[in-house]
Design a protein around this ligand. Structure first.
Ligand code: PGA
Length: 267
C-alpha cells in the first residue's frame, strides 16, 4: 500500500481512503487477488461474490491485467454475482451476465460453469426455486471468501433497497425477486438510456448471504457517494440505509474510498 493512502477505523470497520478512484480500484483488486491466493492455499478453491455497476469496472480491468501478466489464475475460482435484472436475456448487452462477460469472464481463465449470475429468464413461478438454489450453491461451496460491494446513492447493497422492515428481518433476507427503488431506477437511466426502458425488477442476493461472507470489500468512489457513505458508516444501523447493516459485521468489512467519497466522514 502506498503512503498516499490512509487507513482509519470507523464504527469498527476498516476504512482505506485513497487519493483517487484508480488507486481505490487497485487496492480493491489487490485485496481480491490476495483472497484468491490465501483461499487456494487453505482450501484449494476461492469463492467470490462479485458486483456490477460503473465502480468496479477498473477493478476487473486490473484483475484481467494481472491474469494476462501470468500471476493470477481463475481456474479454481467460483464466482456468484450479486444481482441481475428480471426479466432479461443473458445475451442482452444490458444484462449483468453480459457486463461480467465483457469486463471479466471473457478476459480470464474462469471456467464457464464456475461463473454464476442469477438467471433473468427463469419462469416467474420458479423464481423462488431458482433464488433458493442460488443460496444453496453458495452454501454448498462453503460460503463466500470475499464479497465485493458497491453502494447505491440510496444505500442499497446488491438490490437490497431501503425498506420499512426491521433490521432483523432485513439481515435474514434471502436471495429473491425485488422491485427497484426510484433512486435506483433513476440511476439506471445511465445504462438504459431512457427512464421508460429501465427494467423495474431484479433478482438480488439477500442481505443474509452478503453479511455471511468471510470478508466484505465495499468500494465507493466519487462525490455522489459522499453523503450515503457517511450515513452508512457513521449513522444508525437502519433498513432505510441498507449498507448501514454492514456495521453489524464491522470486523469483516473494509471500505475502500477515494477522497471525494470520503469527504463527509469528518475526522
Ligand atoms: P455504481 O453502482 O457503481 O454504478 O455507482 C453502485 C451500486 O448501485 O451498487
Amino acid at each position: 500500500m502506498s503512503s498516499a493512502e490512509r487507513t482509519v477505523q470507523i464504527s469498527g470497520s476498516t476504512v482505506i481512503v485513497c487519493p483517487n478512484a484508480e488507486a481505490a480500484s487497485r487496492v480493491a483488486a489487490e485485496s481480491i487477488a490476495a483472497t484468491i491466493d490465501s483461499a487456494l492455499k487453505s482450501r484449494g478453491k476461492a469463492i467470490l461474490g462479485l458486483a456490477t455497476g460503473a465502480t468496479p469496472e477498473v477493478v476487473y480491468a486490473n484483475l484481467a491485467a494481472r491474469h494476462r501478466a501470468g500471476g493470477l489464475s481463475f481456474q479454481k475460482v467460483v464466482t456468484y454475482n450479486l444481482d441481475e435484472y428480471y426479466p432479461i436475456q443473458p445475451i442482452d448487452p444490458l444484462s449483468y451476465r453480459s457486463y461480467m462477460h465483457r469486463h471479466l469472464f471473457s478476459r480470464v481463465d474462469l471456467p464457464a460453469n464456475q461463473a454464476h449470475v442469477l438467471d433473468g429468464t427463469v419462469p416467474e413461478a420458479f423464481v423462488r426455486e431458482h433464488t433458493a438454489e442460488f443460496d444453496r450453491w453458495i452454501e454448498a461451496d462453503g460460503g463466500l471468501d470475499l464479497q465485493l460491494l458497491g453502494i447505491g446513492r440510496n444505500g442499497h447493497i446488491g438490490f437490497n433497497e431501503p425498506a420499512e422492515w426491521s433490521v432483523a428481518e432485513a439481515a435474514a433476507a434471502p436471495t429473491r425477486l425485488v422491485e427497484l427503488h426510484p433512486v435506483t431506477r433513476a440511476d439506471a437511466v445511465r445504462e438504459f438510456g431512457d427512464a421508460a426502458k429501465v427494467i423495474p425488477r431484479a433478482l438480488t442476493m439477500g442481505v443474509k448471504q452478503i453479511l455471511s461472507a468471510r470478508a466484505i470489500v465495499m468500494l465507493a468512489t466519487g462525490p455522489r457517494k459522499a453523503s450515503i457513505v457517511a450515513q452508512a458508516l457513521r449513522g444508525p444501523v437502519t433498513t432505510a440505509v441498507p449498507a448501514s447493516l454492514l456495521q453489524t459485521v464491522a470486523d469483516r468489512v473494509v471500505w475502500i474510498l477515494d477522497e471525494p467519497a470520503a469527504a463527509e466522514l469528518g475526522s
